[in-house]
Design a protein around this ligand. Structure first.
Ligand code: GLC
Ligand code: CA
Length: 545
């Protein structure tokens, strides 16, 4: 099998807790996901990225890991994981598992031993975390969860010292200057490869090392360690994909790809909010601006692109003006805002406007990189901003219009579910659910299935180069993807009003263009100048024939 499978893949991000509950305890589980693999296969995705599945007090939805090498009992057993992998592979689907190297839960046995001088294993684990007598060090490092944490240091009574944490105070950072810690994470990686993972998402990689006088992000030491992880993967299980989550500017992300010897993929964080700004202003310029700043990647590397994920829509990689604009436009109510971002799902961000949702999704599916869909967005699920933290975008998947939306059995009392099912008039499960959309040929679900099918048939979308076109109307966003002799033109109207796109297609004068979504064919005139009327949020995928 090709080692660079991730270049053609469409990923589906899923929270195990939220997807399907197989044993009616109100919590989604691995067996539940396994039972829905046919749904995902039919949807047309290639790989499933699972949020953390490990034992955890779940104060950060599992990113507070209490044991890196086991399964949370709510979600099942290692056998359930093996069965999931086996059934996924049988269908040609791949599984991506989380590795959270930067920190653990304060409940992890390593931290318990580290903080407690009386602990029988204290001597061994004493230096596994970053301890100091005071909170003076690393003052140049920003606080990330600014709505919750006043400092990156927290005092521990038992040890009588401060420990370092980039995220919640209950998530102490591991000390990567300790070779034992470095080895422990490499072992963890091997354990999940042995268990069958095809890819590993590396959580929060920029923060592994700390150095005085720096922002403690993207340090050379961190890159050296990530290269060692990659070398391990290449030697131990070539073809295992490493996906890093460096939420950074393109020039700071570029080193995470190294010379093709570090991470295979990294998310393109700064692109995402600019796609939303482009729609809000009906102006493609913000996307052009970030593309001009986006460096080329080594051949074996790929960007990961996304519109939404399990976190707040992060506004860290924008200017203060852009952030204010995004907040005013997309998060007018204070509850919609969180940290430096917006806790809303795709459909509510776009006022449940089917034309606009399809148009923005079309950009995700045709632009460069490999797209990541977030569970539930394929049916236009809503959010619940009244839930704490980011839980409002992690509510139960809406399978049908019966009790509990089909997430748990119908007899399970609603208050036993880990979170309430969305039940409002617009986004509620009675109206928005998989079963209803399967029956409706015009549904978002069926559109997504069709679009993914077309994407799969055309490697140019995953592998092609990208040339932006520059029609006069800024509301028109058009580009050509080219790969192995195939050229595909994607044209989008970013505005809610009719546009005329005048494109200079001189290179294709006299050639036919096949509309990949409708099958229609048009011919480009000999002049090469082509005027295309576009209705509100209309988009075209045109293959040069
Ligand atoms: C990543 C995750 C986020 C988590 C954080 C700390 O950013 O996406 O959900 O809270 O890491 O582990
Ligand atoms: Ca369950």
């Amino acid at each position: 099998m090709a080692h660079d499978w991730y270049k053609d893949a469409v990923f589906y991000e899923v929270s195990i807790r939220a997807f399907a509950d197989s044993n009616d305890d109100g919590i989604g589980d691995l067996a539940g996901l396994t039972s829905k693999l046919d749904y995902l296969k039919l949807l047309g995705i290639d790989a499933i990225w699972m949020l953390p599945i490990f034992p955890s007090p779940l104060r950060d939805d599992g990113y507070d890991v209490a044991d890196c090498c086991a399964i949370h009992p709510d979600y099942g057993t290692m056998d359930d994981f093996h069965l999931l992998v086996q059934e996924a592979h049988r269908r040609g689907l791949r599984i991506v598992v989380e590795l959270v190297p930067n920190h653990t839960s304060d409940q992890h046995a390593w931290f318990q031993a580290s903080r407690d001088p009386q602990h029988p294993e204290h001597a061994r684990y004493r230096d596994w975390y970053v301890w100091r007598d005071n909170d003076a060090a690393y003052r140049d490092a920003r606080v990330i969860f600014i709505d919750y944490e006043p400092s990156n240091w927290t005092y521990d009574d038992l040890r009588g010292q401060y420990y370092w944490h980039r995220f919640f105070h209950h998530q102490p950072d591991l000390n990567f200057d300790n070779p034992e810690v470095q080895r422990a994470m490499m072992r963890t990686l091997q354990i999940w490869i042995d268990a069958g993972a095809d890819g590993i998402r590396i959580d929060a990689p920029p923060y592994l090392f700390e150095r005085e006088g720096t922002s403690c992000e993207n340090l050379p030491e961190t890159h050296r360690y990530l290269k060692r992880l990659r070398a391990l993967v290449d030697a131990y299980a070539p073809g295992t994909m490493l996906l890093s989550e460096a939420n950074q500017w393109p020039e700071d992300v570029r080193p995470y790809f190294g010379d093709g010897d570090e991470m295979h993929m990294n998310f393109h964080f700064p692109l995402m909010p600019r796609i939303y700004i482009a729609f809000a202003k009906a102006d493609r310029s913000p996307i052009e601006w970030i593309m001009a700043r986006t460096p080329a990647l080594p051949d074996n590397c790929q960007w990961g692109t996304f519109l939404r994920n399990h976190d707040e829509l992060t506004l860290e990689m924008v200017t203060p003006e852009e952030r204010s604009f995004m907040w005013d436009f997309y998060a007018p109510e204070p509850r919609m805002r969180l940290n430096r971002g917006i806790r809303r799902r795709l459909a509510p961000l776009l006022q449940d406007d089917p034309d606009q949702i399809r148009c923005i999704s079309s950009i995700l599916l045709t632009f460069f990189g490999s797209p990541f869909l977030y569970y539930g967005d394929e049916i236009g699920m809503g959010d619940n901003i009244w839930l704490e933290d980011r839980n409002g975008v992690r509510t139960p998947m809406q399978w049908h219009n019966g009790p509990n939306a089909g997430f748990s059995g119908g007899d399970v009392p609603a208050d036993r579910l880990y979170a309430p099912v969305i039940d409002d008039p617009i986004y509620g499960y009675r109206r928005v659910n998989v079963a209803a959309q399967e029956q409706d040929p015009a549904s978002l679900l069926n559109w997504t299935r069709a679009a993914l099918q077309v994407r799969r048939e055309h490697p140019a979308f995953g592998r092609g180069d990208l040339t932006l076109l520059h029609p006069e109307s800024k509301a028109v966003f058009a580009y050509v993807r080219r790969h192995a002799g195939q050229s595909i033109l994607a044209i989008h109207n970013l505005s809610s009003s009719r546009q005329e796109a005048v494109l200079d297609l001189g290179a294709y004068a006299g050639r036919g263009l096949e509309n990949l979504l409708t099958g229609d064919v048009v011919t480009v005139g000999v002049s090469g100048l082509w005027t295309i009327p576009l209705s509100r949020y209309e988009f075209l995928w045109l293959k040069v024939i």
